[in-house]
Design a protein around this ligand. Structure first.
Ligand SMILES: *[C@@H]1O[C@H](CO)[C@@H](O)[C@H](O)[C@H]1NC(C)=O
Length: 249
């Protein structure tokens, strides 16, 4: 991208960078963009309410939380829901916010301190069209780990798993590594199968690459938001630079 747009891209990045609301925290920008969209905001408020609802009392209605999350990712505007889930980060504060996007204390990790065995998730994956899709898009033989143009499918498949028995998330705030909340310690004679399943997330070059390259699509996500958003008074900070640049591009 850089080689064809050159100075314009640099300018775009500089302007967008300086307009960013919280010192370049794109996860904050993504949250603001979602708030500016009625549908995104409504679905997000729903899942936050469900997933956060009773956390304070030491429990949470996980199935309702999961259902609200599935609705968010299936019915919400994809540019915005993906921006929230895959916002590119360069700081721990940003990565921590990204990790917390969908209230992982309820939606991701279970009630115990130790993650359960992945075998149940594996069996659920074999029954799930979306999960098997994640397996199909990844191939070790191709250069970027994806079948042709499969990167976006990989992200859709990943997002489609949030709120299912195989809900994945970022494992920490120091990387963009992802995994479901389970391990393969107690998987007995299915250990290899279990590791292969976990590897769908932890060693999936297509998924890793697609998450990394989400970075380069970031300006066009703001553009999509501009196109679909009919209230010019809102979030002028992030929209104005794009407007200004349209004449240049
Ligand atoms: C990053 O994660 C570590 C370990 O969970 C935590 O102690 C730290 O506060 C987090 N950093 C931020 C900026 O949230």
């Amino acid at each position: 991208m850089a080689h064809c747009l050159g100075p314009v891209l640099l300018l775009l990045l500089l302007i967008l960078g300086s307009a960013s609301s919280a010192g370049g925290n794109r996860c904050v920008d993504a949250a603001e963009a979602c708030s500016a969209n009625a549908l995104c905001q409504r679905l997000r408020t729903k899942y936050v309410a469900q997933c956060l609802g009773q956390v304070a009392h030491g429990s949470c209605p996980r199935s309702r939380c999961h259902r609200a999350l599935r609705r968010f990712f299936s019915l919400g505007p994809q540019a915005l829901t993906h921006a929230l889930l895959f916002c590119p980060c360069t700081s721990p504060a940003c990565s921590e916010r990204r990790r917390q996007t969908f209230v992982p204390a309820c939606a991701f990790s279970g009630p115990g301190h130790e993650p359960p065995s992945c075998l149940a998730a594996l069996d659920a994956c074999e029954k799930s069209l979306v999960c098997r899709c994640l397996l199909r898009v990844s191939t070790p033989s191709s250069q970027d780990g994806c079948l042709r143009d499969q990167g976006p499918h990989c992200l859709r498949a990943y997002a489609g798993l949030v709120g299912t028995a195989i809900t994945p998330n970022y494992v920490d705030n120091a990387s963009a590594r992802v995994a479901p909340w389970c391990d393969c310690r107690a998987s007995g004679n299915r250990h290899e199968e279990c590791e292969a399943f976990r590897g769908l997330f932890t060693r999936n070059r297509c998924l890793d690459g697609a998450i990394q390259s989400f970075d380069s699509q970031w300006p066009s996500i703001l553009q999509d938001q501009l196109d679909s958003h009919h209230n010019p008074g809102h979030s002028l900070q992030s929209i104005l630079p794009v407007l200004a640049l349209q004449s240049l591009l």
